[in-house]
Design a protein around this ligand. Structure first.
Ligand code: FMN
Length: 211
């Protein structure tokens, strides 16, 4: 039995493509893996807080030395990290805003990239890249939605896709390297262009889940 963390970052409801696609993914997943447990987190409708001065002070204070105030500053981050570490599979719906992840998803990243919980700083092991991953054996499926198209390699917007490389980089620093992307494009055009992109994403999801 695996534990699936299903997360949506779009602030939109039914109009959100990423939200509809993660739901389709997870519903299909449950048909194939009926014993799996799914936890749902909606950071689009219930945003997580940005880091604060107290948060930073607390995160870089050893756990046993934290005052009640510092512990309180990390309460939500601790909850998010516990949830992230407990899951085996991540299914994350992320809108592209201004060529990268939405600020809501960035706030989530800032909360789960936590020193000595999801990564460690060990320059003695590797002075060139002292950030040691602490998260192992996870699979991640990212379903992103974007208004324009042409983001695939060689496409007219390929150099503007800062979402895909950013997610790969930041999650690989934690040790999550098995990441599969599905993209819905052309929201701003609608019509057949959008319908074709949705159909392609749906068929990719069907193949991914069946595999
Ligand atoms: C604030 C904002 C910024 C956006 N920036 C981009 C962008 O840089 N490139 C793009 O292709 N689409 C952009 N879009 C369009 C969204 O990516 C598109 O509507 C997508 O479908 C949103 O995801 P959702 O359908 O899951 O809500 C932007 C939309 C908003 C609201």
């Amino acid at each position: 039995m695996a534990y699936v963390l299903h997360l949506d970052a779009s602030p939109r409801g039914e109009r959100s493509h990423s939200r509809r696609m993660t739901r389709a993914f997870v519903e299909r997943w449950k048909q194939f893996h009926s014993g799996d447990r799914v936890t749902y987190r909606d950071i689009g409708r219930n945003p997580v807080p940005h880091v604060t001065e107290a948060w930073i002070a607390a995160a870089f204070t050893p756990a046993e030395q934290r005052t009640p105030e510092l512990k309180q500053a990390l309460r939500i981050s601790d909850e998010l990290v516990d949830e992230f570490l407990a899951a085996d599979i991540y299914v994350m719906g992320i809108p592209m805003y201004n060529w990268t992840v939405s600020s809501g998803f960035k706030a989530y990243i800032d909360n789960i990239v936590r020193i000595n919980r999801t990564w460690a700083y060990i320059p003695e092991e590797n002075p060139e890249f002292p950030y040691k991953p602490l998260v192992h054996g996870k699979r991640m499926f990212v379903i992103s939605a974007r208004g324009d198209g042409g983001f695939a390699p060689g496409g007219r917007n390929a150099q503007r896709d800062f979402l895909t490389p950013y997610i790969k980089e930041v999650f690989s620093m934690l040790g999550v390297t098995d990441i599969t992307f599905v993209h819905v494009e052309n929201d701003e055009y609608g019509g057949q262009k959008l319908a074709d992109s949705i159909a392609t994403a749906q068929s990719q999801i069907a193949q991914l889940v069946a595999a």
